[in-house]
Ligand binder design. Structure first.
Ligand code: FAD
Length: 449
């Protein structure tokens, strides 16, 4: 039997004779959501980290609210959806909503849910992960587990092949601005952009994003006053790095990587919490594969997913900056961000449409044929629950048949609604007019080599 640490009164750790299946470094949304998923699947899980105590507001989309709802977290924590507005040159305003979330309350709710699910929370600081021996080295001792998870956000160590966007710093804090309405507003300014969020009954939150070098040269007070139109700076502003980063492009055997520790999102995307929660969902099949000795499959799945996510977010961010850039002439903040990372389109029909990718089927990883589309360049594996590779094999060399033949050959037991949805989707992909490829393997070979 192995030794590990478990929490006792006061959060101190003591050695006891237990071994965990999974030990997670970092108690943010990614680490805690993964802990919940793994514990609900029957694993013995430990999370090491402190409850997040730094008051701050972040915006959560309807997709994030839906995922959090799955852990029993609702509007008592997230608040109601409020209008999200934009003063952004080139962007037509309006129609969007987001929940304005107090992050300590959200992280505490996730931690409470994890505890209820049987997760062991160890309130300590992680010094080092050693996937080779399955050890988390803490300030107060060590934890052993069959599998480790890195979820320390932007403070996680970077791996080889890391990449990052133009260095950006966010300066933020609570501000008194009694004239505002509940909701949020993103505003482009010459030296950067601001996000102002106001809850019904609390003070407003102002976040200023600027170039790191500009902040260094002019200092936080000047930059803050410039971008907020002269608002007094909060006494203890929260100052954080905010550029998009590919932190870890590869998985080491014995350790999955989640959330910002894998790809740290630019807050402009509003995608950070969604990525944290969705990467916690996909970490479970990766963990299963690693524990079952299929490490290479997990590594491929991870690599494809993080590189795709990073490049897609980088290009979407570039286009968003490029919309506003002409309004600010040669301003360096916009010039640098409107051209990074490259000139490739963020969206567009991929040249290679049939890919061989690692997908999740029934909670497990396996290799399958997927169809790359404009919306999903990484490939779609299932349409209305029907496997795309199966459809392609059935109709190789032929056009999409009419609905009765399609239903009879592809999914005789499926509901009419599913068959119609799949048929409609394939028609929109052009298969009513042009045939499915005779063989997908040549195209696949080209893509994967
Ligand atoms: C300025 C800014 C504004 C943002 N605004 C939004 C927004 O409005 N909407 C949105 O969706 N996203 C936003 N994001 C992104 C969002 O905050 C992150 O994407 C999300 O929190 C990632 O979750 P995570 O669990 O991966 O990391 P984190 O939330 O960073 O959690 C990591 C945890 O690990 C802990 N930790 C670190 N080191 C150690 C250690 N050695 N030992 C133990 N614990 C450790 C940390 O204390 C933390 O609790 C913003 C980001 C920034 C920088």
């Amino acid at each position: 039997m192995e030794t590990c640490l478990c929490p006792v009164e006061g959060g101190h750790a003591v050695e006891i004779m237990t071994r965990f299946d999974i030990a997670i470094a970092g108690a943010g949304p990614a680490g805690l959501a993964f802990a919940l998923n793994a514990a609900n699947a029957g694993a013995r899980v430990a999370v090491v980290g402190h409850p997040n105590g730094t008051a701050r507001i972040e915006g959560a989309s309807a997709r994030v609210a839906m995922l959090l709802g799955g852990y029993g977290i609702g509007e008592d924590v997230l608040g109601p959806p409020l209008p999200r507005n934009a003063d952004w040159p080139g962007l037509s305003a309006g129609g969007n909503v987001e929940h304005l979330v107090m992050r300590p309350a959200l992280d505490a709710a996730l931690m409470a849910a994890a505890r209820r699910a049987g997760v062991t929370i160890v309130e300590d600081h992680v010094r080092r992960l050693d996937p080779g021996t399955g050890t988390l080295e803490l300030e107060g001792g060590m934890i052993r587990a069959a599998l480790l998870a890195e979820a320390r956000g932007r403070r996680a160590p970077v791996g080889p092949r890391r990449r990052r966007g133009p260095a950006t710093i966010a300066v933020a804090g609570f501000v008194d601005r009694p004239d505002g309405q509940a909701g949020s507003r993103v505003t482009a300014r010459e030296a950067g952009w601001t996000w102002h969020a106001r809850l019904h009954d609390r003070a407003g939150w102002m976040q200023v994003s600027v170039d790191a070098e500009d902040l260094r040269l002019r200092g936080p007070e000047t930059v803050w006053a410039d971008l907020t139109g002269g608002l007094p700076m909060p006494p203890k502003p929260l100052i954080r790095a905010a550029e998009l980063r590919l932190v870890r492009a590869e998985l080491e055997p014995g350790c999955v990587v989640l959330g910002d520790a894998a790809v740290a999102m630019d807050p402009l995307s509003g995608h950070g919490m969604f990525w944290a929660l969705s990467s916690a969902l996909s970490a479970l099949p990766m963990a299963r594969a690693m524990l079952d000795g299929e490490t290479e499959l997990a590594q491929r799945f991870y690599r494809e997913r993080v590189i795709e996510t990073f490049l897609r977010q980088a290009r979407i961010g570039r286009d968003f900056h490029a919309l506003a850039a002409p309004a600010f002439g040669e301003a360096p903040f916009w010039r640098a961000r409107a051209s990074w990372p490259d000139a490739a389109p963020a969206k567009g029909m991929p040249d290679e449409r049939w890919l061989r990718r690692v997908i999740v089927r029934g909670g497990r990883l396996e290799e399958a044929t997927v169809l790359a589309t404009e919306e999903a360049p990484g490939g779609v594996a299932f349409v209305a629950g029907i496997e795309i590779g199966h459809i392609a094999r059935q109709f190789a060399g032929h056009r999409l048949p009419d609905i009765p033949e399609f239903a009879a050959r592809i999914a005789p037991d499926a509901s009419r609604a599913r068959v119609l949805a799949a048929h409609d989707w394939l028609t929109r992909q052009g298969f009513a007019g042009s045939p499915f490829p005779t063989t997908t393997s040549d195209a696949i070979q080209e893509v994967t080599t």
